[in-house]
Design a protein around this ligand. Structure first.
Ligand SMILES: CC/C=C\C/C=C\C/C=C\C/C=C\C=C\C(=O)SCCNC(=O)CCNC(=O)[C@H](O)C(C)(C)COP(=O)(O)OP(=O)(O)OC[C@H]1O[C@@H](n2cnc3c(N)ncnc32)[C@H](O)[C@@H]1OP(=O)(O)O
Ligand SMILES: Cc1cc2nc3c(=O)[nH]c(=O)nc-3n(C[C@H](O)[C@H](O)[C@H](O)COP(=O)(O)OP(=O)(O)OC[C@H]3O[C@@H](n4cnc5c(N)ncnc54)[C@H](O)[C@@H]3O)c2cc1C
Length: 620
């Protein structure tokens, strides 16, 4: 059979309305249409070609990136693209670039932490890209520990200026994207010092390079930190190093939305939580969760198409060999990843809503949901990026030897994606933040304060700590309420056990240090519960299209039961389910795999592209 026939055969098996499924994936018909239109725009424009980038030298790759960024900007202006269309265009251009940081962190930081006047002064220039900014927080010595940053911003009351200085080698800013070559300005985080007193880390806008000749300004030492993991990949970004030698900036270049320094040098803390200084990270973590499903779906799409076309073993009487997609082992490795892509998509949609909600609350001086939003963004960023990075590597293996070729797209996807486990907060460090929030919640359980939102289930901990799962047959595992209760019981029990064990230590900090692994696992259980519960909420919505809801229900069950299988130790050890019930879950999972269907519309095109890329990549 030819590739085209396999294609037709697999399409025939797709028992759902593919067009409607695309709309579910995009979030709305309008979002789908925008995405489709912009994808075509990018694909048909030769400036945006990306088939050769793993073969370019760093210098040529960087030039190529600048060309694409300038062209993208030109198209955005010419076509008067909306904000949503422009961000889709950047997404499909698909090459890490300084503008990610300009639009994604520099501007949001000014919007979130600057006062009205500062926003009016800086944002119009930034929107027109008359200035280009980066987000310079991390230093050589400290990334995770933000309070350990060493760069100083000392107020000089005589001149009404701050003096920005890098007092040690370890205080050098290290990593900021866009800093190495391009940015004219940086949003730097430095210790605020007034009258000899240290007020902790705050944000300051500093000009780095001349707007006339782009040379570094006096007192500024700046450069690129060098090659990163993989060919192509993240090397299109100019991650940089930056040092200050007593650089003077005006007082109003400190972002004054959270705290202020008066003309007299008096430090004033507004009545907003100081954690709002970390607000840009919360914003980007939320975006990263939304993006995880995109990276994951790309990898799964490549591995699925390959698995349909690839045949290996099992030929009888000269007939065709077995499609590797039909091997149960291939299915048990691939389908949970497909299901995860949908799970992350839906939880990403919900997180976007949560973020919009907290933004509106903050504007009305309601800070009550901030700790929960921090825990959700940190936890979901950690769990979805770790799972996606692992999944991309699994997809590479699912494609056998071909997955290791650059032309499969998977090595570059992995190399670009894997730092997501580190940037915007190391994933383990972020899980420990979630654990802190959970321990606080458990400690307040008897206080009369009712847990709400994603921790509402803790309010039912009396029941969850002693409930017994009622599954007797494999099909009982198809009931969403059975799955939900098992995940709630596991999360509640793991958190409560950690909280009890913490009491065995002389002080909380010592306990946290010793029990960090258990705490991180409890955090994962809580975050997986959030993902499972948001998938269930999605399925409770009206979902049109023949067979679409049914297919999503299958994917939900695959997602939840494959997690249960993977973490069976947690579920059984905490007494939520018995080993027998675990075995029944696995039996149900096996049955579900034969019900997963997929559409494969451009399989032939994919094969042709693969061959073209192979020819190019071998012509060195
Ligand atoms: C680019 C954008 C566009 C699209 C996105 C898509 C892809 C991204 C593409 C590329 C990425 C490119 C750039 C990457 C940039 C960066 O990496 S920027 C640097 C990011 N750095 C970090 O994330 C550092 C991680 N560390 C921290 O966040 C903190 O130091 C900490 C680990 C949270 C510890 O904080 P702290 O020292 O204050 O200690 P605690 O005592 O633990 O916390 C005190 C209380 O504050 C609460 N808290 C902490 N953080 C927050 C927050 N962000 N919001 C709200 N509340 C917060 C914490 O829970 C404590 O609360 P308490 O227990 O009640 O007291
Ligand atoms: C591609 C890329 C782009 C980046 N872009 C930017 C940018 O634009 N701007 C910017 O400011 N920064 C940027 N960063 C920096 C990034 O935010 C930091 O690297 C990240 O926050 C992790 O900090 P670190 O490097 O200090 O890691 P470390 O904290 O040194 O982590 C090393 C190890 O220690 C562990 N660890 C650390 N603390 C604890 C703890 N308390 N408990 C248990 N384990 C712990 C971690 O889990 C990890 O395994 C970027 C980084 C990368 C890789």
């Amino acid at each position: 059979m030819e590739a085209l026939d396999y294609h037709a055969e697999e399409r025939r098996k797709a028992e759902f309305d593919v067009e409607e499924m695309k709309i579910v994936w995009a979030g709305s018909r309008q979002a789908y249409e925008i995405s489709d239109r912009v994808a075509r725009l990018v694909a048909s424009d030769p400036v945006f070609r990306k088939d050769n980038r793993t073969m370019l030298s760093r210098k040529d790759l960087f030039k190529d990136t600048l060309r694409k960024a300038a062209h993208a900007w030109k198209r955005i202006i010419e076509l008067r693209l909306s904000e949503e269309e422009a961000s889709k265009l950047r997404f499909f251009v698909d090459q890490p670039v300084f503008t990610d940081l300009h639009w994604g962190m520099f501007i949001p930081a000014i919007k979130g932490q600057g006062n009205e006047e500062q926003q009016q002064k800086w944002l119009p220039m930034a929107y027109k890209m008359q200035i280009i900014g980066c987000y310079a927080q991390t230093e050589l010595g400290h990334g995770s520990n933000v309070q350990g940053l060493e760069t100083t911003a000392t107020f000089d009351p005589e001149t009404d200026e701050f003096v920005i200085h890098s007092p040690t080698l370890t205080s050098s800013k290290w990593w900021p994207g866009g800093l190495g070559k391009v940015s004219t300005h940086a949003l730097i985080y430095a210790r605020l010092i007034t009258d000899g007193q240290d007020h902790g880390v705050h944000g300051f806008i500093v000009q780095l390079r001349s707007l006339d000749d782009h040379l570094p300004l006096p007192g500024i030492t700046v450069g690129d930190i060098g090659m990163k993991f993989g060919s192509g990949a993240y090397n299109s970004m100019d991650n940089g190093v930056l040092r200050f030698d007593h650089v003077r900036i005006l007082r109003d270049q400190m972002l004054m939305g959270v705290s202020q320094v008066t003309r007299e040098g008096k430090f004033m803390q507004s009545d907003v939580p100081r954690q709002l200084v970390y607000g840009t990270m919360v914003y980007v973590r939320q975006k990263i969760v939304a993006d995880a499903s995109c990276a994951l779906s790309r990898a799964v799409c490549i591995a699925t198409r390959y698995s349909v076309v690839r045949r290996q073993f099992g030929s009888h009487n000269g007939g065709p060999e077995t499609q590797v997609i039909d091997y149960k082992t291939q299915q048990s490795r691939l389908f949970p990843l497909l299901a995860s892509a949908y799970a992350f998509r839906f939880v990403g949609e919900w997180l976007k809503w949560l973020y919009t909600d907290v933004t509106q609350r903050l504007q009305a001086s309601d800070f009550s949901t901030l700790p929960e939003v921090h825990a959700c963004t940190a936890g979901l960023k950690s769990v979805t990026t770790s799972a996606t990075a692992d999944a991309i590597e699994e997809c590479r293996k699912l494609c056998g030897g071909h997955g290791y070729l650059s032309s499969s797209g998977l090595p570059e996807l992995f190399a670009v994606y894997v730092p997501a486990c580190t940037y915007e907060g190391d994933n383990v460090v972020l899980l420990l933040q979630v654990a802190r929030f959970l321990m606080k919640t458990v400690s307040q359980l008897g206080s009369g304060k009712k847990p709400v939102g994603t921790i509402a289930y803790m309010g039912r901990s009396e029941h969850l700590l002693q409930c017994r799962c009622e599954v007797e047959r494999a099909e009982d595992w198809l009931k969403p309420n059975v799955i939900l209760e098992a995940f709630e019981a596991r999360a509640a029990r793991m958190s409560v056990t950690c909280a009890k064990n913490l009491n065995n230590f002389a002080n909380q900090e010592e306990g946290f240090a010793q029990l960090a692994t258990d705490l991180a696992e409890a955090a994962v259980a809580h975050v997986q519960l959030i993902i499972v519960s948001k998938f269930i909420e999605k399925l409770q919505q009206d979902i049109p299209g023949k067979g679409v809801k049914r297919q999503l229900e299958i994917l939900f069950n695959v997602y939840a039961l494959s997690l249960l299988h993977k973490h069976l130790g947690d579920f059984v050890a905490s007494g939520c389910i018995t080993p027998k019930q675990g075995a029944l879950a696995n039996e149900q999972l096996r049955l579900l795999y034969s019900q997963v269907h997929f559409d494969n519309p451009s399989l032939l095109l994919y094969m042709v592209l693969l061959l073209e890329r192979l020819l190019q990549s071998t012509s060195f």
